[in-house]
Ligand binder design. Sequence first.
Ligand SMILES: *Cc1c(COP(=O)(O)O)cnc(C)c1O
Length: 490
Amino acid sequence: MTTPGTTGLILEEPLLCEQSVKGRIGFSLPPSGVPESNLSNLPKSLLRQKSAELPEISEVDGVRHFVRLSQQNYCKDAGLYPLGSCTMKYNPKTTEAASKIPGFANSHPLSTTEGMQGNLKLIYELQEYLAEISGMDFVTCWPAAGSHGELTGMLMIRAFHESKGNPRKKVIIPDSAHGTNPASAAICQYEVITLPSNKEGILTADAVREVMDEEVAALMVTNPNTLGIFEENILEICEVVHKKGGLVYCDGANLNALLGIVRLGEAGVDVLHFNLHKTFSTPHGGGGPGAGPVGIKKKLEPFLPTPLIIKENGTFNLEWSRGQSIGRVKAYFGNFGMLVRAYTYIREFGPEGLRRISEMAVLNANYIRKNLEGTYHLPYSKPVLHECVFSDKLQKEHDIKTLDIAKRLMDYGFHPPTIYFPLIVPGALMIEPTESEPKASLDQFIEAMKTIAKECQDTPEIVKTAPHKTFRGRLDEVKAARELKLRWTT
Ligand SMILES: *Cc1c(COP(=O)(O)O)cnc(C)c1O
């Protein structure tokens, strides 16, 4: 029997300390000719009372351990990674190679300005490219993540209003926003006003008009939003906000749908952040490092974080102090390796290539949407951009929920999509294939999803108790989070 997909995910490997065998060593060097030095002059408090409890293993044990771990770590290089909102696209090896060019990889953050001309030129040009792509006037590359970009942007918005004598009190955020948006607004001491989207899953100018007043510092809108739908009223919404002196913050984490097609700056957006680790193919890396550059309009220029890179007669200098700047947001020069990768990606594809990326991302998402429509419930039927959101409404009839479907997908060798997000869709399954998937892998995924839907009718127990092909079965996730079991055995 053949099954769609590849194999189950593998999740079992003993800890190194559990593999430890007393006296086993991982190297053999000739005896050292350096005489042992006497440490008795050192304060006793600095000396170890007993040896460090390190695992004792051979070289082959160590290599195999890490190779096996690397193989358990499901990755984009292994297959489809349809995590909605995360844009898990394939990272081309050219960008990896560029980031490892010794002049970049070994550059020291405390080097002199003359010593880092190449780095500064690259960051400066990346800022220009991102401004060109988005229609913004300036870009800063220092923030280390999308959420960090939001914080940087909201601090600039607060500084802007303060410079006019009143920081204002509120920030409007639609209910389809990413959770980091209200968090960033709250950290900047704003009260969050949640605005419902309409039946089509978008924001209307009238809804904004109703709550917009002179106490509102900004509207934070994600475009395309977390349902994967383009906020088509953005022009009018920006006008409504500007009329009352507010600013528009656009969460640009979903820019993968818009490259070369829409320049949000031209729609009236005042602040926009980019997720280089989504749109511009830098690795998401288990929680970091990422990069979240922020684009702004000219009126916010005095508040840009320091240092600023200034180009004078072909030389790049750093401006460290600027009266109204929000100050530094990151040590040294951002996550520089990410900037090298994004720069390389933009240069490699060029304007036509970038547009093609977005077209293919949108095509792939709609291909999945159309093929699974009817098999899974689609709460919003509007054509989507880069991702589509289903719910478990049809499978609920068989007492099956989103979590079960996600777990069963692992048996078919697919990383599950994002689940239970966005919050406005109960039991959401949020699928973002990205442009890097060939049709064959989309078809395999669709077949697996259809097979699971059929199992929900015929053999629901199999789905409810999945996964079956992984080394570990269904985990009690609450217990795992509440009763942490930290092992250390020697
Ligand atoms: C991913 C994402 C963020 C947060 O970005 P991080 O780099 O994870 O901090 C914010 N908004 C949206 C819409 C996103 O998809």
